[in-house]
Design a protein around this ligand. Structure first.
Ligand code: GDP
Ligand code: MG
Length: 370
């Protein structure tokens, strides 16, 4: 049920907490300021204190903000978004770096120096692939916990000299829970003690059956250090993307997810965002978590200033009032009033969650205005 702490209720009415407590005591209830009460009780109290109550559900405030449908007629293919997962030291970072470097066109000055949390490369077939640059299960889990689905494909890196390890299994579990297909990249194939066949066999125990064993999971043997078969991996990603039939409508307002965010001394809050739907433009009003702002500049993964960013494009946004958090969803809104309504609501929600955690109570969904 919807609940609220007495403190938060008092705050919203601009009343003293002690007056709310007195009222409850008169009704025979012994309470503390940190206690939670249900929404109906809170409403009665507020009305007794002469306030008008407007209860707003999350669905009202955020109505039509996210997951708004694309127009079918406008759908065009979009690049797949790929996350590399696997056990520690199996070569995730090396593989991400190798792919990024191998793809840098000579003369593209500074093209490899930007780290904005994600980057795009061109596959051998000429199509783009977007890599999330923060390998790690924590980021993946954090985003999923916020309802953000950012990844289309997981590349599961397994070191050929080490085989399936605990975080390999964890990655399989994550991908499966998210309904995201795996591509197996057996890494460190250059090592004399590499045993790729053993990796394939071990994966079978976790119901990952690669193609060479008669299964459907795409696989490739790679070496991040020797840059072996990186093109083959990109080809498989394109193939998997085709099977997924990834499409998006670029002719609509943008939605996306914050990949990472930081406060830059010179530029203020900088949010790296993966645009997932529509096209984001300079000048758009955006909300992200409990922050909002007008997009002042967009910077791509090569460090270039751009005017707009379409589906599956990672981009840095300048112009947020404060730093949103990784995993926060971003959407374009029409008016500043709407931006304020949403972010203020979320700010209150955050406060309440913190308060509820303090008292071990459940999170409140009730929102009251006086
Ligand atoms: P991560 O923890 O999964 O990100 O793994 P890293 O990319 O940091 O790699 C861990 C270690 O494995 C480093 O010492 C790398 O140099 C080494 N490594 C990564 N890929 C390869 C490879 O293809 N071949 C060999 N021989 N070593 C590799
Ligand atoms: Mg690493």
């Amino acid at each position: 049920p919807e609940t609220i702490t007495i403190q938060e209720l008092a705050n919203r009415m601009a009343e003293r907490g002690v007056d709310v407590i007195k009222l409850l005591m008169r009704q025979g209830q012994m309470v503390k300021i940190t206690d939670v009460i249900d929404a109906d009780t809170a409403q009665l109290l507020a009305e007794e204190l002469g306030h008008t109550v407007k209860r707003i559900a999350e669905s009202d405030v955020e109505e039509g903000l996210f997951d708004t449908p694309d127009t079918d007629a406008n759908l065009v293919p979009r690049p797949p978004v790929v996350t590399i997962m696997g056990h520690v030291d199996h070569g995730k970072t090396s593989l991400l770096d190798a792919i990024r470097h191998a793809n840098v066109v000579s003369g593209e000055a500074g093209g490899i120096t930007q780290h904005i949390g994600a980057y795009q490369v061109t596959a051998p077939n000429g199509e783009l692939v977007t890599f999330i640059d923060t390998p790690g299960h924590a980021a993946f889990t954090a985003m999923r916990a916020r309802g953000a689905k950012v990844t289309d494909i997981v590349v599961l890196v397994v070191a050929a000299d080490d085989g399936v390890m605990p975080q390999t299994i964890e990655a399989i579990t994550h991908a499966r829970a998210a309904g995201v297909p795996l591509i197996v990249a057996i890494n460190k194939i250059d090592r004399p003690d590499a045993k790729p066949e053993r990796v394939r066999q071990e994966l079978l125990q976790y119901e990952v059956q690669v193609e060479s064993l008669g299964g459907e999971t795409l696989e490739v043997e790679v070496s991040a250090t020797k840059k072996t078969n990186l093109d083959k991996l990109l080809e498989l990603i394109s193939l998997q993307a085709e099977l997924l039939n990834l499409r998006a409508d670029p002719d609509r307002t943008a939605e996306g997810t914050v990949i990472e965010a930081r406060l830059d001394r010179g530029r203020g809050p900088v949010a790296s965002v993966l645009v997932q739907r529509g096209t984001l433009h300079v000048g758009d009003l955006v909300v992200g978590g409990s922050q909002w702002g007008r997009v002042r500049a967009l910077i791509d993964d090569k460090g270039a200033t751009i005017e707009s960013a379409g589906p599956s494009t990672p981009v840095e946004i300048l112009g947020f009032s404060g730093s949103p958090e990784a995993g926060d969803r971003v959407a374009v809104v029409e008016t500043e009033a709407r931006a304020r309504e949403i972010t203020e609501y979320r700010e209150r929600q955050k406060r309440e969650k913190a308060a509820a955690r303090g008292t071990g109570a459940r999170t409140s969904l009730v929102d009251m205005m006086t």
